[in-house]
Design a protein around this ligand. Sequence first.
Ligand code: PGA
Length: 253
Amino acid sequence: MTSKRKLIAGNWKMNGSLAANEALVRALIADANAANCDVAVCVPAPYLAQIAALRAGSKLELGSQDVSRHEQGAYTGEFSAAMLKEFGVRYAIVGHSERRRHHHESNHVVGLKAKAALAQGITPIVCVGETLEDRDAGQTFDVVKRQMAAVIHEVGHCVSELVVAYEPVWAIGTGRTATPEQAQEVHAVIRAQLNPATPHPERVRILYGGSMNAGNAAALLAQRDIDGGLIGGASLKPPDFLQIIAAASAAAK
Ligand code: PGA
């Protein structure tokens, strides 16, 4: 049984407003401070400064939803890891399936982004996961292993610094969650792949994401290799997100 501190990270996606963000963050801070798990919110880039100010002095960590693979220069619309660092960003989601799909990010690019984040001391939350077609074709393990291999290849000796999020594409935003057993099965495959890649595989937290909610969080978080959650829709509703944080705190032994 792994006993590392669990991580509950909200992925707000392209949602929010100054007023809504303030209400949401204020509703989270007391519980984040008291939680027996790490808590983060991954916010749209224009709101990083706002959330950095709101969270100041609390244990609520700040995350971004992406990062450029480049350090600086003529890349209109992108933002670098060094820029994120200036706002106290602790985590950067890389390779979310929505970016892989809508922005054609390849496994290689995702690896480069993870490396760029690590170079600035930002922890990448590397998202991997199969589509329904992959699953139906019996390709789940192969797809996830290829996605992981590209990142392991790029980050070299920093593998132990990663956070991984297993997010089956068919479970994201659909209300259809992987069963705890389905998730655990893939998490175990990822863990086995990490083992030979670093002397400290036990440090790597593997989150589950995909319609995790207040009702199913406890059962998912009870699985041996599930070290937290990456939460989309439910992270925008304080009562739901707080219940997930409570489930993660309770799951900590
Ligand atoms: P969901 O999203 O919780 O709304 O399914 C998870 C994610 O995309 O990270």
